[in-house]
Design a protein around this ligand. Structure first.
Ligand code: ATP
Length: 444
């Protein structure tokens, strides 16, 4: 990936690959599709799991100061009244009186003379902006009245605040410590679009990190740096990432400082993740509204305080799109053009493909044995259709880091050929050494 300018062709190529190879399908396609919803196909579900797993590994597994949570998606209005979302989780909506399209006022660029036009029909006859709440409202139980109103969560964060006390009591963690969660969130976006960048149903990966108030600025800096590093480590080129601190007017109602990690998407810079200093806003708001104390007693200092919260909030589906865009490449191998996804092995849907050189029955048992050797360790593909060259190309196109080829010599010498995706270089080695060899090179 080299272009540092917007590159719409790359976007089209990635979208086409995702459809053709089973990463992402438009949802409800046989009914003409359902706007802004997508289904993750056989390879997409695997890659999305890998993105979430890579996040969990870095945020929970490799730390001793973070624990996990999986909270409910449905919740009563009380939560969202206290959190401020019922009043303030809104976008400014304008209608075009001519073509009836709706737009987010803050996404419309005024022309040089200051006029604002409808992006669809260019009319200037737009309504005044009005606040539109982004939360999905529903009803629980058989009677749809005011008493049964519930909301789908627009962020996973509130689950961590509601369970702050439960986690404190059950884990004996003390600040600084964090609660991590990965899961679906829902926002009734006015203008979803740019593929899976902005959808109404999406997945988030959020950490609420509770700290003594005086330490909040230091932890804020720590998490901005740490989260930037995570994307670089997983293969996003540094010149396609930037940190953008929010202007004061831009800050969410709960934040005193926010920095976004942004990626240069083919359509321009876009947020991958926001790191926010949420102060004690949420814990205090829920303590007041619920009557439960949500503070921490520091025995050593003999002091009671409400921790401040630093929140790195990332999108799993949006990050997956960034990883796909960054990995997409075209080059030539032996004079032949190929498409290759240079995905980090941790993110690649398949780690290894086992390819018997021919479909001839005599190769099948050994190829199946090799597959059986690798399957408990890695998600593998097995492919015995078409020529070996075509099969290599197919694996390159979906980012499989290694192909293992079983040929007729393998039957005599118990050796196989391992081909690496990016260089297409091959080595031959004994099957008995295969697991160690791949484990070393995949370095997961
Ligand atoms: P944006 O400004 O793009 O609307 P946001 O600042 O409202 O995003 P946050 O509330 O900070 O987003 O949510 C954290 C992360 O969740 C975002 O950085 C993004 O990766 C992801 N996210 C938020 N809204 C969506 C959406 N509609 N579709 C896909 N991912 C989303």
């Amino acid at each position: 990936m080299s272009a540092t300018e917007p590159d719409p062709q790359r976007m089209d190529a990635v979208v086409a690959l995702c459809k053709r190879r089973g990463f992402i399908f438009p949802s409800a396609e046989i009914y003409g599709g359902f706007r802004s919803t997508y289904d993750y196909g056989p390879l997409g579900v695997q890659m999305l799991r890998n993105v979430k797993e890579a996040w969990w590994r870095s945020m929970v597994q490799l730390r001793d100061d973070v624990v996990g949570l999986d909270a409910a998606i449905l919740g009563p209005p009380d939560i969202w009244r206290a959190s401020g979302h019922l009043d303030t989780f809104t976008d400014p909506l304008v209608d075009c009186r001519k073509c009836q399209q709706r737009w987010r006022a803050d996404h419309l660029e005024p022309a040089e003379d200051g006029t604002v036009r409808c992006p669809s029909c260019a009319s200037t006859d737009l309504t005044e902006p009005r606040d539109f709440n982004l939360m999905f409202k529903t009803h629980t139980g058989p009677v749809a009245d005011e008493g049964s109103v519930a909301y789908l969560r627009p962020e996973t964060a509130q689950g961590m605040f509601l369970n702050f006390k439960n986690v404190l009591q059950t884990t004996r963690k003390k600040p600084p410590f964090g609660i991590a969660q990965v899961g679906k969130s829902f926002r009734n976006e006015i203008t979803p679009g740019n593929y899976v960048f902005r959808t109404r149903e999406f997945e988030q990966m959020e950490l609420e990190f509770f700290v003594p108030p005086a330490d909040a600025p230091r932890w804020f800096d720590h998490w901005v740096e740490e989260r930037h590093r995570w994307y670089v480590e997983l293969g996003i080129p540094g010149d396609h990432l930037r940190i953008r601190p929010h202007e004061k007017e831009e800050l969410s109602h709960y934040s005193v400082a926010t920095s976004d990690v942004e990626f240069l998407f083919p359509f321009g810079w876009g947020e991958l993740e926001g790191v926010a200093n949420r102060t004690d806003f949420d814990l205090k708001a829920h303590a007041t509204a619920s009557g439960e104390s949500l503070d921490y007693f520091d025995q050593a200092a003999n002091e009671r305080y409400v921790p401040h919260v630093i929140e790195p909030a990332a999108g799993a589906t949006r990050s997956m799109m960034a990883f796909l865009v960054a990995a997409y490449d075209q080059d030539e191998i032996g004079g032949e053009a190929r498409t290759v996804l240079r995905l980090h092995p941790r993110l690649a849907p398949y780690k290894v493909a086992v390819l018997p050189l021919s479909k001839k029955e005599m190769l099948t048992p050994l190829a199946r044995d090799v597959l059986g050797l690798l399957q408990p360790r890695y998600l593998c593909d097995y492919d015995d259709t078409q020529s070996i060259g075509k099969r290599y190309r197919r694996q390159d196109e979906v980012g499989t880091p290694f192909c293992v080829t079983v040929d007729f010599d393998s039957l005599d010498d118990a050796q196989v050929t391992v081909r690496e995706r990016d260089s297409a270089q091959q080595v031959r080695l004994p099957i008995s050494e295969l697991v160690d060899h791949l484990t070393g090179r995949l370095n997961l």
